[in-house]
Ligand binder design. Structure first.
Ligand code: PA5
Length: 423
């Protein structure tokens, strides 16, 4: 069973949604036919329709070397150059296991203490570095890489072998440096924007180094891309895109992605960037926020239930999430939990989800549920494609270009001026 979308808590909130189906189908066809503002930026889809097995193999070989030789893989990147890798690793890694190298991130913020202590922590360990920047000039990763390069050069004779650069094919400071130093290089393909790049070497190399089966991940997305090619407006990605658009038109402002398992939080953070950067322009788009339930039901759950009625919510859950620990009957029943005897964590979490979806709908929050049959590489690949396609169609419906992010430059320019960067 592929991924499913339950709309039962959304449809009652929608005014005349079927009237939108033709527009959604048209927007979908335009994405498939490349009739978008930047058709060249549909590379995320083209690469799925024409898989490069040699590239997958090369990434797997490099990852095997890292797994063999490194205690730590330091991944340096920000935004689309790191969120996808973190998301997939968080989803597919076994919690509390120490299989393979430790994967650490740097250059994804400017935290002073984090970066200082990071290099102290790396001292004495076998370190590989994967520096990832499409432009090769983003300040946060470039700065972290300056320190990482010095660290690796000081500590290892084979420094140039331990640094792998994932960047543009032909240009940028990182490209030039990598060529000059003879680092191994992987390319961020031209037609793939940062937030759409998790299934390129940007995400695939760190993900493979963490031990995830990247071929299944990639081919899960391939299956999704092939399926959507012949789809009509009934396809879940198109229903989701259409419903979001309709709700936005009705005045809803914020979409909460509510993940029902901590393993899915990274997917939520990746989705947040994908939708936020793709839609949030020209005063349009739903503001995307990820929450992890039931944890956040005890922080902002009150707001979701009774605050301003401008929220929509999409639950992300796993059908076969495993059962986990089973509650045993206890003689004293001192905690009063014997009513749960025989139930597992999995069952209890399911009831929490069902109760929350119903309560929030009753409180005036339309909510969908996206269900993955299992949390495995293939299904995560499908999920990635699901959201990439949905956001592209959504951009068409909104009339914005989903493949650029001009607003990100504003803070950079002011920061560079405060830092005295030469123009
Ligand atoms: O989606 C995007 O394009 C951005 O989030 C970029 O990935 C991010 O700004 C990092 O850019 P770069 O890879 O050029 O360092």
């Amino acid at each position: 069973m592929p991924l499913t979308l339950d709309r039962s808590h959304v449809l009652p909130f929608l005014d005349d949604r079927p009237a939108l189906d033709d527009r959604v189908a048209q927007a979908h066809r335009r994405v498939l036919d490349g009739e978008t503002e930047m058709p060249e930026m549909l590379g995320w889809r083209r690469m799925l329709l024409d898989p490069d097995d040699a590239l997958l193999e090369s990434v797997a070989e490099t990852a095997a070397e890292i797994r063999d030789r490194a205690d730590v893989l330091l991944c340096i990147g920000i935004g689309g150059s790191y969120l996808g890798a973190e998301a997939v690793m968080q989803a597919l890694d076994t919690p509390f296991s120490d299989d393979g190298p430790e994967i650490l991130f740097a250059g994804h913020h400017l935290g002073p203490e984090y970066h200082e202590r990071l290099f102290q922590y790396l001292d004495g360990k076998s370190v590989y570095v994967n520096v990832i920047s499409k432009s090769g000039t983003t300040l946060e990763p470039a700065l972290a890489f300056r320190f990482a390069r010095r660290f690796v050069e000081r500590h290892f004779d084979d420094a140039d072998r331990r640094i792998i650069a994932t960047t543009d094919a032909d240009r940028g400071a990182l490209h030039d440096l990598a060529v000059d130093k003879g680092y191994r290089r992987y390319v961020v393909p031209n037609g793939v924007g940062g937030r759409f790049s998790v299934l390129t070497p940007v995400g695939l190399l760190p993900i493979a180094a963490s031990g995830v089966d990247t071929r299944s991940l990639f081919y899960g997305a391939v299956a999704g891309a092939r399926e959507v090619t012949d789809a009509d407006a009934g396809h879940p990605a198109l229903q989701y895109a259409g419903d979001r658009y309709a709700l936005g038109e009705q005045g809803y402002k914020t979409e909460v992605m509510a993940v029902m398992d901590p393993a899915l939080r990274g997917i939520g953070a990746w989705w947040q960037q994908l939708f936020g950067e793709s839609e949030g322009k020209d005063g349009k788009g739903l503001f995307p926020v990820v929450l992890q339930y039931t944890t956040d039901l005890h922080s902002v759950g009150q707001y979701v239930q009774q605050g301003q009625r401008t929220l929509v919510e999409s639950f992300l859950r796993i059908d076969d999430a495993g059962e986990g620990l089973e509650v045993a009957e206890q003689d004293d029943n001192g905690d009063g939990l014997n009513y749960l005897a025989g139930k597992t964590y999995g069952e209890i979490n399911e009831k929490a989800y069902a109760a929350t979806a119903e309560a929030h709908a009753e409180g005036g929050v339309p909510n969908w549920t996206v269900t993955l049959p299992r949390l495995d590489a293939e299904n995560v690949g499908r999920l990635i494609h699901f959201y990439e396609h949905a956001v592209s169609v959504s951009g068409k419906l909104l009339g914005v270009n989903p493949f650029n992010q001009p607003g990100v430059e504003n803070y950079k320019q002011k920061m560079f001026s405060l830092l005295g960067k030469p123009s």
